[in-house]
Design a binder for this molecule. Sequence first.
Ligand code: HEM
Length: 166
Amino acid sequence: MSETRDRGNPVIEEVIEEDIASTVAVAGHPIHAMSVHFPIALVFAVLGCDIFYWWSGDPFWVRVSIWAAGFAFATGVAAGIVGTLELLLVPGIRMRVASWTHAVAAMTLIAIAGTNWGLRLIEPGAILPHGLLLSVLASIFTGLAGWHGGKLVFDHGVGLIVTAKE
Ligand code: HEM
């Protein structure tokens, strides 16, 4: 129904005509889509560590969370650099509002993840409650960024290779 309505709309036609194939890819497979699993998993791992620490009081979970938060931030920055290259280099990605919504949510997430790591390095005693609250916020923004990233692929077809193969 919306496809029928969109057809003939000059703005939509212009957006649809632009290329949306991934440029930062291995054999056509977008590196960004391959790398986002690491920050997503690690952000939720930090939240899990904080909940276990709150529940058990065992400092083991503080040490694990420092490493998990550091890698969540580092892999988030790495995924963000590749995502930003896609955004800037591919015209069909750049001109979609959905790409910028995803980028803003993702960059906010990376900032929160970095703050969460920094807090743990400087003041591990502040994990309850400040670290836990940052972990909850980071998880919410991971959900937002992941949801909007998924929309780019599954709604807009960004980075998909569609062939006539059976
Ligand atoms: C910071 C700047 C970022 C930009 C500009 C960006 C941009 C993009 C773009 C253009 C796509 C479409 C696929 C592609 O062309 O590779 C995408 C997909 C996606 N992004 Fe990002 N991204 C960023 C960071 C992140 C981060 C940190 C995460 C982790 C939460 C993330 C999660 C996703 C997900 C889950 C997808 C869908 C991939 C799939 O389902 O295969 N993005 N992003």
